[in-house]
Write a protein that binds this ligand. Structure first.
Ligand code: GLU
Length: 438
């Protein structure tokens, strides 16, 4: 006979641990994110009952983005927008163009945005978008058409009070201007607040372009200070010389640090005497490969990880520091400028070796903090000075880092787990207070 008691029925339909669209293993960045969430649960008391909220995105859309190429042929790309969590406010997060981006990766990146906005206490949730395209192979006009079509396809998902995209890997102010214009044309009114990281002439914030790299240096300063050290004299190795790595390298050098190694898509270079980031930016801007930079010595990409330095700044893509290279790292501090650069296994190896990892959700939060400033400035129709932006950024990040540091010290846990404990407590507290609908 069938037992129809409500208790039995509830047990029979217990929630599977992973949503079906993730596949079996949950490996890759989304697997890393899930493992990071699991580490938090023992520390958040009754709120852990809501943990499944973080293990599945709230909603997502996968869209086909057709493109008429300049030569008249047709191409199709996959596009994604994920809202991971909106318990504390509208979705917030960048849009990346990359040939390897996929749904599971965008889910992880959206999850990290949920944690990041909560860790620095911005009134946002977490979202992310991606288009599976290599922009290097397309003209500007083609990229504009891809951006506009993608924006129209995800139009139902974005809005100034719903989800606010921003720049990320391979997207910039110009892409944000196209998104702002397309969205505005579709809704019939100019809506600058639908994106952040816009050109200043369209309501973008002063200081936004440099904010992520600047934030990296603020967090490094705070971490070094607690170890009785100073940015001046610190030897830095940087992976990725884009908006994050390039800016951070320049600001580090301005504060007296020495950039002893740089890796980008074109190779890896070292110079114990110090690489001049401004000169390197000019070199790369002129279309030259990094390994032809005068004065520096090219090395094999694999050997970049073993360079003798104090601070390693991965500022490119996820899953770069792996079990294969974590044993070779000689830095005493890893500052995660990229999102998710360290795999779960590598994280344990670095911890065993006494290497301090400053997690992405704090280290690179400068970008979304100034995005928040931009959104606030747009709402009040008032533009702040660059000094005001930078001073407020510095204060928010230094305060957030102090809270994370204290939590880590008191509980004797890693900085990442501490940041997750603080963030997840805020997110799940909000979830708990809102209650379930219906
Ligand atoms: N893409 C940046 C990040 O990963 C910034 C996101 C934003 O400003 O919304 O944090």
């Amino acid at each position: 006979m069938v037992d129809s008691s409500p208790v039995r029925q509830t047990r029979a339909v217990a929630t599977p641990r992973l949503p079906s669209y993730v596949g079996e293993a949950g490996i890759g960045p989304w697997g890393t994110f899930l493992a990071q969430v699991d580490r938090v649960l023992p520390h958040i008391g009754h709120l852990s009952q809501w943990a499944d909220t973080l293990r599945r995105p709230k909603r997502f859309i996968v869209v086909d983005v057709p493109l008429r190429r300049d030569d008249g042929s047709l191409a199709h790309f996959e596009g994604y927008r994920v809202h991971h969590n909106v318990s504390r406010g509208p979705g917030k997060g960048g849009l990346r163009f990359h040939p390897d981006v996929n749904l599971a990766e965008v889910m992880a990146l959206a999850g990290w945005m949920t944690i990041k906005t909560a860790a620095v206490n911005l009134p946002f949730g977490g979202a992310k978008g991606g288009v599976r395209i290599d922009p290097a192979h397309f003209s500007l006009a083609e990229l504009e058409r891809v951006t506009r079509r993608y924006t129209s396809e995800i139009g139902l998902m974005i809005g100034p009070e719903m989800d606010i995209p921003a720049p990320d890997v391979n997207t910039d102010e110009r892409v944000m201007a196209w998104i702002m214009d397309t969205y505005s044309m579709n809704v019939g009114r100019s809506t600058p607040r639908v994106v952040t990281g816009k050109p200043v002439s369209l309501g973008g914030s002063l200081g936004r372009r440099e904010a992520t790299g600047r934030g990296c240096t603020v967090v490094a300063r705070e971490a070094l200070r607690r170890l009785g050290r100073d940015v001046a004299g610190t030897r830095v190795a940087v992976q990725g010389f884009g908006n994050v790595g390039g800016t951070a390298a320049r600001l580090f050098a301005e504060q007296g640090a020495r950039i002893v190694a740089v890796q980008d898509v074109g190779g890896s270079i070292v110079d114990e005497a110090g690489i001049d980031p401004a000169a390197l930016a000019v070199h790369l801007g002129a279309g030259q490969r990094i390994d032809s930079f005068p004065g520096a010595t090219p090395i094999a990409d694999d050997d970049f990880w073993a360079v003798d330095c104090d601070l390693l700044l991965p500022a490119a893509l996820s899953n770069q520091i792996t079990a294969a290279n974590a044993t070779r790292i000689r830095a005493s501090m890893v500052l995660e400028g990229a999102n998710g650069p360290t795999t779960e296994q590598a994280e344990d190896i670095l911890a065993d070796r006494g290497i301090l990892v400053i997690p992405d959700v704090i280290a690179n939060a400068g970008g979304v903090i100034v995005s928040y400033f931009e959104w606030v400035q747009n709402a009040s129709n008032f533009a702040w000075s660059e000094d005001a932006v930078n001073a407020r950024l510095d204060r928010i990040l230094a305060d957030a880092f102090a809270v994370v540091w204290r939590e880590a010290t008191e509980r004797n846990i890693a900085l990442r787990t501490a940041a997750f404990v603080i963030a997840c407590s805020r997110i799940l507290e909000a979830r708990d207070m809102r209650g379930l609908y219906p």
